[in-house]
Design a protein around this ligand. Structure first.
Ligand SMILES: [Zn+2]
Ligand SMILES: [Zn+2]
Length: 343
């Protein structure tokens, strides 16, 4: 009986939140946010590169407003000159002149989330195999209150800690990873979500989980659960909140100031049995989580054959604003045509 309830939920391929019919729709805003935040990014590479550049310029501007001169300088220098190893149609590797390592920097965040993926993916695969568990992506939300970002994050993390102590959770989950996502609505209220990859041992009734979440939060039963078919894609989706924990385009100087105050707050972590498993886990040689292309790219130099088309690679020096243009040229040129104007 319980088993059939959950399998109905999990076979739904869309990601619309599963809302209990018996409860009033009090938190429609949160439900919409949950859905929106999980939507796949369909922008082209040139658009993404341009958006990253704009985000960094915006952040540097805010830093200047706050007289955070050092931060502004670092953001402006980060990836400002690039050595691009390319055949003209594909980019094999990009080496930046400098990386700022600021937590909100989209370029540095991407690198950080790639690192997390290569660190945790082999452990996740081994854990699933040894413990016979199935991964699910669980999004926990909470009702909004008048509180700052730190208080909001503390509250949801506290609720999650209490959830893990409950018998229900221990019976069905064997640990996993969590990451924080922050959003802010137009009234300036903070919404904090926890994205969890949970390793489930068996099926359970989602309504029971909802009741458990309500019991530990006191006022929230809104959550979203979907199965993860491909653990690599599932992990990638969750770590993207590490590189982009909030919507920076709508960020003001006060938001940046508040974020700088969060300096030591953890945004990603492991929990439960998976946490212990990771401590003793040594990846083997064939456990490399990086794609073949990516690991191959590390050894490429000028004159090597492009891994995608075998044409010779050459080193192209670009400024940060030229990178989106270069992507654009690649995207618009017919197959076979090399971007000669860049050579
Ligand atoms: Zn950076
Ligand atoms: Zn190529």
């Amino acid at each position: 009986m319980i088993q059939s309830t959950l399998s109905t939920v999990l076979t739904t391929s869309d990601i619309l939140p599963v809302v209990s019919q018996s409860k009033p729709l009090l938190h429609t805003y949160l439900d919409k946010r949950v859905t929106k935040s999980q939507r796949k990014n369909k922008r082209t590479r040139s658009q993404t590169a341009r958006a990253r550049l704009q985000t960094k310029e915006h952040l540097a501007g805010l830093a200047r407003e706050l007289y955070e001169v050092e931060l502004a300088d670092k953001l402006e220098r980060c990836h400002s000159r690039l050595s691009v190893l390319t055949c003209g149609r594909h980019i094999a590797r990009i080496i930046p002149n400098f990386t700022c390592e600021f937590r909100l920097c989209p370029d540095c965040g991407r690198r950080r989330s790639r690192k997390l993926q290569s660190k945790y993916l082999p452990a996740m695969r081994a854990f699933m195999l040894h413990r016979k568990v199935t991964p699910v992506h669980l999004v926990l939300t909470q009702t909004h209150r008048k509180e700052n970002r730190k208080q909001s994050a503390k509250r949801i993390k506290g609720s999650f800690t209490r959830l893990q102590r409950r018998g229900f959770w221990k019976e069905y989950f064997k640990g996993g990873t969590w990451s924080l996502e922050f959003t802010k609505d137009k009234n300036g209220l903070h919404h904090t979500h926890l994205h969890i990859i949970g390793f489930r041992r068996k099926f359970f009734d989602i309504e029971l989980l909802r009741d458990e979440w309500l019991a530990v939060t006191g006022d929230s039963h809104v959550l979203n659960l979907k199965p993860i078919k491909d653990i690599a894609a599932g992990l990638q989706e969750v770590v993207k909140y590490v590189s982009k924990p909030l919507d920076i385009r709508r960020f003001g100087a006060a938001d940046l100031k508040e974020f700088l105050g969060l300096k030591n707050m953890r945004m990603f972590g492991t929990f439960g049995e998976f946490r212990d498993f990771c401590k003793g886990f040594e990846p083997s040689d064939d456990d490399d989580a990086m794609s073949d292309l990516e690991s191959l790219a590390r050894d490429l130099v000028e004159g090597c054959a492009c891994p995608q088309c075998s044409a010779p690679l050459f080193d192209l020096r670009l400024s940060k604003s030229e990178l989106p243009q270069f992507y654009e040229q690649i995207e618009s040129s017919p197959p076979g045509k090399v971007g000669r104007s860049w050579m």
